[in-house]
Design a binder for this molecule. Structure first.
Ligand code: ATP
Ligand code: MG
Length: 434
């Protein structure tokens, strides 16, 4: 079912709050260049939405009728990226302007016509390629949510609204464009985007857009793990991880992103509290502009199932450190079939885990050496979260807080500061018992 293209509403400059001076000069440069060559080019997507909400846009997206090849030929500093969805990145120093060619309509039921025209659906209705180009009107209804389908025209500073996005924006609600089920089947990541925008913008999701999510959540299983990792960064690393996590649980999505975690959350009383504490602390660090790493979140998300399995192995007589290592490896290798974990992050995650037992045993003479380790701080923070979420660790957090306070600052130079090369040395349990 294809939504009919409604008449565009044109909202003149004095009836909306987007001000040209808040738009990136580089985005304007791209738009003007395309227009000077006779093309249509407008600002679209998150930037228009965020400007209307009075927020600073994260990045600027431009929509045009020029093909990706044409856009690329106009900008030396550009690259065509993507296969499923080809777009052009125009780079200006650290800023990237994303230029997309207007998407056109294609019919999921007509496979033959699809592939000849540049789009391709799987038998489940997943949009494997979406490179059929079209008009501005068609482009608007191919976008995900109505509030993401507003266009800003630099020519006369007006907005184009084909999908009543402005009303939804004013009512602070997310509404998918067209038939929700079909749009989620085409691209299941749209379910995650609904959650992300709802959390980030503090928007409600209208019932028709929210309702099918729980039932279709399983479709995420077909999404490449690397794409889900990219989405996870956007979900959890941009300042509203806690709210996002709760919504992912409420809508039945978490079990398709982190299945072992979801099972452990049902079985272990402190599991959810630990993960939420890690999300909350990540949000606080983002707000304070402190560095954050996905490794810490992975450590929290996968700790409950890992500990659960570790205990089972210990019950079978496997020594504790080896059991942790084996459990961690098993849980991690299952996890990466769903949502991948780049090796550098899984490595750091294992370091944080392995330090947990060292923090329990080395409060005496070895404590200074431990405090100098690169991952000590993260491991100590993790320990505090474990206690905070209800694990009884016999006041270990306080012991380490005190040990750090007692130490003169000069003595806690970290590995990085002393330049010590310890790369070869592992701080996570080896597979074999020592
Ligand atoms: P932000 O950049 O703030 O996270 P955004 O809305 O700009 O939010 P992008 O991922 O940059 O999100 O995408 C730009 C625009 O492209 C969106 O606003 C939307 O119109 C469209 N879009 C992105 N992903 C999809 C998708 N999976 N399906 C349909 N349209 C999409
Ligand atoms: Mg964007």
């Amino acid at each position: 079912m294809t939504p009919a293209i409604g008449a565009a509403t044109r909202i003149p400059r004095d009836s909306h709050s987007v001000s040209r001076k808040n738009i990136s000069d580089n985005a304007l440069k791209v738009i003007h260049r395309l227009r000077s060559k006779g093309h249509q080019a407008l600002l679209v997507g998150g930037a228009v939405r965020d400007l209307l909400l009075g927020n600073q846009p994260k990045d600027f997206d431009v929509a045009t009728d020029a093909t990706p090849e044409k856009v690329h030929s106009l900008f030396g500093n550009s690259r065509i990226i993507g296969r499923r969805f080809r777009i052009v990145h125009v780079r200006f120093g650290r800023e990237l302007i994303e230029v997309t060619t207007f998407r056109g309509h294609h019919d999921a039921s007509d496979e033959r016509q699809d592939s000849s025209q540049g789009s391709h659906h799987s038998t489940q209705g997943v949009l494997l390629r979406d490179n059929v180009f079209g008009s501005l009107e068609e482009d608007a209804i191919r976008r995900d949510f109505t509030v993401n389908a507003l266009y800003y025209n630099v020519d006369d500073f007006s907005l184009f609204d084909h999908v009543d996005g402005l009303v939804d924006l004013q009512q602070r609600q997310l509404r998918i464009i067209g038939d929700a089920e079909q749009r989620y089947r085409e691209d299941p990541v749209r379910m995650l985007r609904a959650i992300r925008f709802s959390a980030k913008l503090d928007f409600s999701i209208v019932p028709g857009t929210a309702a099918p999510i729980a039932e279709l959540a399983y479709l995420l299983e077909a999404i490449p793990p690397a794409r889900l990792f990219d989405e996870m960064l956007k979900l959890f690393m941009t300042g509203c991880a806690l709210r996002t996590f709760r919504l992912l649980c409420d809508h039945g999505l978490i079990e398709h992103l982190f299945p072992a975690t979801a099972t452990a959350m049902d079985d272990m009383p402190y599991a959810r509290a630990l993960i939420e504490a890690a999300m909350d602390s990540t949000d606080t660090r983002v707000a304070e502009d402190k560095p954050i790493t996905p490794a810490f979140l992975f450590a929290a998300l996968l700790w409950p199932p890992t500990v659960q399995l570790q205990r089972q192995l210990e019950d079978r007589g496997v020594p504790s450190a080896e059991a942790l290592s084996e459990a961690g490896n098993t849980i991690t290798s299952e996890q990466v079939h769903h949502l991948s974990i780049p090796r550098r992050f899984s490595h750091a995650m294992f370091e944080i885990w392995s330090l947990q037992s060292q923090l329990q045993t080395r409060t005496g003479r070895g404590s200074q050496a431990l405090m100098r380790l690169r991952r000590f701080r993260a491991a100590y923070d993790f320990l505090l979260l474990r206690e905070q979420s209800g694990e009884d660790l016999d006041g270990l957090g306080k012991v380490w807080t005190k040990l750090q306070q007692e130490l003169p600052a000069a003595a806690v130079k970290t590995e990085a500061e002393t330049g010590a090369r310890r790369r070869g040395r592992r701080h996570y349990p080896s597979r074999k018992p020592r």
